[in-house]
Write a protein that binds this ligand. Structure first.
Ligand SMILES: C=C(O[C@@H]1C=C(C(=O)O)C=C[C@H]1O)C(=O)O
Length: 90
């Protein structure tokens, strides 16, 4: 089926769903940015107090949290952790 075969109702549904995706992406981006901010604040406070930059058991908890999404969930958790570490943490 090409775009000219698309029924008007179907086009309407797809447009509405795409609008939902656009809103979801905006919300996800907002949440990811806030997560980065919180993670870096905790990291900076811990390091200023003489602690480590990384807390392994907490990171394992984060990895386990995203396990239900399969291997991509692990990748996603790793990306979130890396974003929290900032450019020097890579
Ligand atoms: C945010 C923290 O600092 C680091 C960042 C984490 C994260 O982004 O989830 C988890 C553990 C730490 O390596 C924390 O200790 O909770």
């Amino acid at each position: 089926m090409n775009s000219t075969d698309t029924a008007p109702t179907e086009t309407h549904d797809i447009n509405a769903l795409r609008e939902e995706i656009d809103h979801l992406d905006a919300e996800l981006l907002r949440l990811v940015k806030r997560r980065v901010e919180v993670s870096r604040t905790i990291g900076a406070a811990r390091m200023a107090a003489g602690g480590t930059r990384i807390v392994h058991n907490r990171e394992i908890d984060v990895l386990n949290r995203y396990k239900e999404l399969g291997p991509e969930g692990r990748d996603l958790a790793m990306i979130l952790l890396k974003l929290g570490r900032g450019p020097l943490g890579r």
